[in-house]
Ligand binder design. Structure first.
Ligand code: CTP
Length: 394
């Protein structure tokens, strides 16, 4: 991949991005404009990318003296981050008076996508000239990433800052993921629920939410619009995913019901508490000094997955429901029985105690055709595979 830097203070973020890309396995060829060199040295980016940096179209290191052709032919993509207002204006007009803009113009349009991450002051971003240029660049087939919002180096606050390195990395990964769920709306539940006993205590479970969050991320990468109804976990919301935070099973059911009529796929990954205290005390329950323990009575929580799976849309196949089963033993038998009981086309089994809180997992997919194993891997990779399996069945 070619990573191009034009002039802007956001160049400091590109150093992080370069490192993250290399860590993710990309070979990165850095190209800098003269303006970029005012903000970041080529030495830094050479050290991070492990390759000499190109800064001039007159660079004689290439045997044919055509760095602009050679570098752009080898790349899977040209990523310009930061893309300054001036650089985008140049791109728009097909100008080519430095190596980076020359490469952008000389790239094979069909095989080397151009992705730009704009970075500028909020007034420059809001200026009709910039907005016109962005619209035209998009119409020309350039993939223009969003801008971030917040404090700017100039002291002003607003739209126009470059996305953070991890956000750009997510967007690049999404760009290269086959859009198998494009146009679909996916609803995911994740994490535990918390059922209050009194204002300071409750019952919950050890679900970390990692698998459900990874699934939401993978669905978004695959092009879906994604809603994530999450119990109390402190995980960051995956980029581009709409999160609804809930606490109890009843709140989770309400949040799911508010959206489920418009979704195409429902993935119930949450570890919903099966029971809740029949009554939650308004005030903290105090010890009374006699050694007596409070008597707790439980009632069953609504089964969110079963409720959704029994809806007419799910029964007719318009809504595809996926359930999870966290078991401790006899996974295949339990998952098969649970699939029938919950009336879902696909049930994903995993061994609860060996996955809760971990970064990896192994899954057993049970559908009408039988069982498929997804062997132990990171939850992020498993989520990608699971989404591909769901898209195949959908
Ligand atoms: N589920 C749900 N609402 C509940 C309980 C479970 O939506 N009140 C969903 C989970 O998100 C998961 C699936 O149902 O997709 C399986 O949940 P699990 O608790 O493992 O199964 P149970 O039906 O409770 O069976 P058992 O406790 O006997 O294992």
């Amino acid at each position: 991949m070619v990573l191009g830097l034009s002039g802007g203070i956001a160049c400091y973020k590109t150093a992080e991005l370069c490192r993250a890309l290399v860590k993710a396995g990309a070979s990165v060829q850095v190209v800098m404009t003269e303006a970029a060199e005012h903000f970041m040295t080529a030495v830094t980016l050479q050290a991070l990318s492990g390759r000499p940096v190109y800064t001039s179209q007159w660079d004689a290191r290439e045997a044919n003296n055509m760095a602009h052709i050679n570098l752009s032919r080898e790349a899977d993509a040209l990523v310009v981050a930061p893309a300054s207002a001036d650089f985008m204006a140049k791109l728009l007009h097909g100008r080519a008076d430095d190596l980076l803009s020359l490469m952008c113009l000389a790239r094979p349009l069909d095989s080397v996508p151009l992705i730009v991450a704009p970075a500028m002051n909020r007034e420059m971003w809001a200026n009709p000239a910039t907005q016109r240029n962005v619209a035209q660049l998009k119409a020309d087939g350039v993939h223009v990433l969003d801008v971030g919002q917040g404090d700017q180096a100039c002291g002003e606050t607003g739209d126009g800052r470059m996305l953070e390195a991890d956000e750009i990395l997510e967007d690049l990964q999404a760009f290269f993921t086959p859009p198998v769920l494009r146009g679909r709306h996916v609803l995911v539940t994740a994490g535990p629920t918390y059922e209050a006993i009194d204002p300071v205590r409750g019952i919950t479970n050890l679900s970390s939410g990692k698998m459900g969050f990874a699934i939401a991320r993978a669905a978004r990468m695959a092009g879906a619009q994604v809603s994530l109804v999450a119990g109390p976990v402190s995980l960051p919301t995956p980029r581009g995913v709409q999160r609804v935070a809930v606490r109890s099973a009843q709140e989770m059911l309400q949040a799911v019901q508010a959206q489920v009529d418009s979704v195409d796929v429902f993935i119930a990954c949450a570890a919903v508490a099966d029971w809740r205290p029949a009554a939650s005390a308004d005030q903290k329950i105090k010890k009374d000094g006699t050694g007596q323990t409070p008597q707790l009575h439980f009632v069953e929580n609504p089964d969110i997955l079963a409720t959704v799976a029994q809806s007419p849309r799910a029964q007719s196949g318009a809504l595809y429901c996926v359930g999870f089963a966290a078991e401790s033993h006899d996974l295949l038998a339990h998952a098969t029985a649970k699939r029938a009981r919950k009336q879902v086309p696909l049930l994903v089994g995993n061994i609860g105690p060996s996955t809760f809180g971990q970064d990896d997992n192994a899954l057993l997919l049970v559908d009408a055709q039988g069982a498929t194993e997804l062997p132990r891997a990171s939850k992020l990779d498993l989520a990608d595979d699971l989404i591909a399996e769901i898209a195949r069945r959908r």
